[in-house]
Design a protein around this ligand. Structure first.
Ligand SMILES: NC(=O)c1ccc[n+]([C@@H]2O[C@H](COP(=O)([O-])OP(=O)(O)OC[C@H]3O[C@@H](n4cnc5c(N)ncnc54)[C@H](OP(=O)(O)O)[C@@H]3O)[C@@H](O)[C@H]2O)c1
Length: 263
C-alpha cells in the first residue's frame, strides 16, 4: 500500500490513462480527487474504484484558468491535505501547420499548458505550507521532440517541461517534488479526441496509438515513478528510443520522423 493515507488529485480522470491511474492509485490505498469536464464519466470511474467512499469528484474545465484557485479551495474542503497532483488532462492535435487555425493553437496551449499552470500555481502554497507535495505531469514524448500533425500539441508539451523544471528548482527546499511523465503510444481515445485544423474532433483512431501499450500498463508505471519520486520517465515500446536519438543523433531522428508514418 504505497499511498495509504495519502490523497492524490488526478485531472483527466474521466477516461484513458487518467481513469486507469485512478484505479492504480486506489489499489495502493490512496484517497482520490478526480477531475475532468464530464461528470457522468467521472461518476462511473468512482463507482469502479475499490473504495468509492474515498473518492471525491471535482469537475473542472482546464480552459477556465480563472476558476482554478476556487477549485483548489473546494478540494481542501473535501480533504485536509493533498499529497500529489497529477496534471494529466490534455488534448492532442492532428493537422499540419498551415491547416491549423490560430484559435486551435490557443486552445491547445490553454488546455495542456495554461490550465495546468493555473491549477499548479493555486495548489503550490498548500504544498509549501506542508513542506511536502508532488506534482506529476503527463507530458509526452512530444514534450521532448516533435513530429508531423502535432506542432501545437508538441509546443504545449515542451512548454510544460520549461515551467516544471523551473518550479522544481525553485521549491525543492520546500519539500516540493516534480515528476515528468513522457509516454509514447498508449492505446486510448487520444487521437479520436484530437483537434483537427478547424477545431473539430479528429474522430479517428491512429494505427500507432491502437498498437500502443495499454492505459493500465502506463498507469501502473506512473504510480511506480510517483512513489519513487523520479524526475522524468519515458514509458512505451521502442518509440522511447527516439529520446536518446534526439539527444545523441538529432539529425538522424529528424530524417526518421520525416519518413515514418506517425499517425
Ligand atoms: N494516449 C497517448 O498515446 C498519449 C501519449 C502521450 C501523452 N498522453 C497524454 O496523456 C494524457 C491523457 O490522455 P489519454 O491518452 O488518456 O486520452 P483521453 O482518453 O482523451 O483523456 C484525456 C483526458 O483529458 C480530459 N480533458 C480534455 N480536455 C479537458 C479540459 N478542457 N478540461 C479538463 N479535462 C480535460 C478528458 O476529460 P473530459 O473530456 O471529461 O474533460 C480526459 O479525461 C494527456 O495529457 C495526453 O496528452 C497520451
Amino acid at each position: 500500500m504505497k499511498f495509504k493515507n495519502k490523497t492524490v488529485w488526478i485531472t483527466g480522470a474521466s477516461s484513458g490513462i487518467g481513469e486507469e491511474m485512478a484505479y492504480a492509485f486506489a489499489k495502493e490505498g490512496a484517497n482520490l480527487i478526480l477531475s475532468a469536464r464530464r461528470e457522468t464519466a467521472l461518476k462511473a470511474v468512482k463507482a469502479k474504484c475499490p473504495k468509492p467512499d474515498q473518492v471525491f469528484l471535482l469537475p473542472l474545465d482546464l480552459m477556465k484558468e480563472d476558476e482554478m484557485p476556487a477549485k483548489v479551495q473546494m478540494a481542501l474542503t473535501k480533504v485536509p491535505q493533498i499529497d500529489v497532483l497529477v496534471n494529466n488532462g490534455g488534448i492532442s492535435q492532428r493537422a499540419k501547420v498551415l491547416e491549423t487555425d490560430m484559435e486551435v493553437y490557443h486552445r491547445l496551449m490553454d488546455v495542456n499548458y495554461f490550465g495546468t499552470v493555473a491549477l499548479t500555481k493555486a495548489l503550490l502554497p498548500h504544498f509549501i505550507a506542508n513542506q511536502s507535495g508532488q506534482f506529476v505531469v503527463t507530458s509526452s514524448l512530444m514534450g521532448k521532440f516533435s513530429a508531423p500533425f502535432r506542432s501545437g500539441y508538441a509546443g504545449a508539451k515542451h512548454a510544460l517541461h520549461g515551467f516544471f523544471d523551473g518550479l522544481r528548482s525553485e521549491y525543492y527546499d520546500d519539500g516540493v517534488r516534480v515528476t515528468m511523465i513522457c509516454p509514447g503510444y498508449v492505446s486510448t481515445d487520444i487521437s479520436r479526441n484530437s483537434l483537427s485544423g478547424s477545431g473539430d474532433k479528429h474522430g479517428e483512431m491512429d494505427e500507432k496509438t491502437a498498437q500502443g501499450i495499454t492505459a493500465k500498463e502506463c498507469a501502473e508505471k506512473i504510480v511506480k515513478a510517483t512513489y519513487k519520486q523520479k524526475e522524468e520517465v519515458y514509458i512505451g515500446k521502442t518509440e522511447i528510443l527516439a529520446i536518446y536519438m534526439k539527444r545523441f543523433f538529432p539529425s538522424l531522428l529528424s530524417k526518421i520522423v520525416r519518413k515514418v508514418q506517425v499517425k
